[in-house]
Design a protein around this ligand. Structure first.
Ligand SMILES: *Cc1c(COP(=O)(O)O)cnc(C)c1O
Length: 401
């Protein structure tokens, strides 16, 4: 198949739910991907953070190749060694109090599970989430997702959610009542524009949850697993939740979600209360074991911290040089660059120059590169961005004349 045929088939048959870039990817290795024409790109999108340990990480490839010949599917009603092995690894990196685990297949599912178990455990029916939040697009997760463009057609049919201003503790205190089952928060908001919780906010939510008897849920689907330079972003503020949602890069690119809770919280679920045909299947568990082995064994978390600082410093220098950049912010390799202009033309200029770039909203460039990205690659990305912004400013200057 050639590029035109791929474009034509996807455009005619797939639901038009994605904003498409005119690139057909065929191969990936680490932080590099190639399209169907053979053009090479440095990947700063990382599948929206899914390619956490890099594309086709050798440990993941090896684990999957071995498991795929042994056993692919094994329902949760039977035991399996690959699953047990993965659970051992996950529990060893999990916050120490969170040793009850449910395995599913996506971020949204991890959030659905958190919602159900929080409601069942507390016997309460309302939830509090944050302005600018993103928790997924299935029914329950959508209820917690703030963006009106995602909600508007379903508004009246969603679970009752009150949205507190992210970072505003007095506002959260006003919204949490005796009917609140849980407070959902991303320690570093992803889709919302790469916004880290302000100092004290998570600790104050922790206190609020304890005082009112509701559960504190951290959605670390994007910020977790080393992305911010710590295993869990919430460690930057030394706060532990009652429930933690994990997904995206967890299985090295294969679909997996996990909901981790305090044992007594997860104990609200009795046999039959929640399930998934695919959740925790041996193939994905093997991939996830390979991923965690890479994350820990290759020191990718520390690497994300160091390379993240290096990347941030480089971007700050670009901000001093280019007026189109308003602000640079982030933690580790979860970085946002807020522009004074619409991001779209920057994304397209990046593509032309062999750089896959991601956005959130209309004005923020978002960087979620694989944690294996090298210094040399980051240097190259910075120099390409320098050229992209220069082109952008030149084009704007010409328009003004
Ligand atoms: C991506 C994401 C989700 C949803 O995950 P899916 O696997 O796309 O359903 C939920 N929360 C956060 C913070 C995310 O980044």
């Amino acid at each position: 198949m050639n590029e035109e045929q791929v474009f034509a088939l996807e455009d005619s048959l797939l639901a038009a739910t994605y904003q498409k870039f005119p690139v057909a990817l065929v191969r990936g290795r680490g932080a590099t991907v190639w399209d169907i024409r053979g053009k090479e790109y440095t990947d700063c999108v990382g599948g929206y953070g899914v390619a956490l340990v890099g594309h086709c990480h050798p440990r993941v490839v090896r684990a999957v190749s071995t498991q795929v010949r042994k056993l692919i599917t094994c329902h949760g009603s039977f035991y399996n060694e690959a699953r047990a092995e993965f659970l051992k690894r996950l529990s060893s990196i999990a916050p120490s109090r969170l040793q009850g685990i449910f395995l599913s297949n996506s971020g949204a599912e991890a959030v659905e599970c958190a919602l159900k178990v929080a409601i069942k455990h507390t016997g309460r029916k309302e939830v509090v989430a944050m302005s600018g939040s993103f928790h997924g697009k299935t029914w329950g997760a959508l209820s917690l997702t703030h963006g009106i463009k995602y909600r508007q057609s379903y508004q009246d049919l969603l679970i009752k959610t009150r949205f507190a201003n992210f970072g505003d503790t007095p506002n959260a205190r006003n919204l949490v009542t005796g009917e609140t089952a849980a407070i959902f928060v991303e320690p570093v908001q992803g889709e919302g524009g790469i916004n880290a919780a302000p100092p004290g906010f998570l600790a104050e939510l922790r206190e609020l949850a304890d005082k009112t008897g509701c559960l504190l849920v951290f959605d670390e689907i994007q910020s977790g697993l080393g992305r911010t330079g710590r295993m869990w972003a919430a460690q930057h503020w030394a706060v532990e939740p009652d429930i933690l949602c994990v997904a995206k890069g967890l299985a090295g690119g294969l679909p997996m979600g996990a909901t981790l809770a305090r044992k007594e919280v997860m104990a609200a679920f009795k046999p039959g209360d929640h399930s998934s045909s695919f959740g925790g299947n041996p193939l994905v568990c093997a991939a996830a074991s390979g991923t965690l082995e890479a994350l820990v064994g290759d020191g990718l978390v520390e690497r994300a911290a160091k390379n993240g600082d290096f990347f941030l410093e480089g971007l700050q220098r670009l901000r001093e040089k280019h007026r189109v950049i308003r602000e640079v912010r982030g933690l580790g390799l979860m970085i946002g660059v807020e522009l004074r202009i619409d991001v779209r033309s920057v994304l397209n200029r990046g593509l032309e120059r062999g750089l896959l770039l991601l956005y959130c909203g209309r004005t923020v460039l978002r960087f979620l590169p694989p944690l294996v990205i090298s210094r040399a690659q980051i240097r190259a990305v910075l120099s390409t961005l320098d050229q992209v912004f220069e082109d952008e400013e030149r084009a704007r200057a010409v328009q003004k004349v």
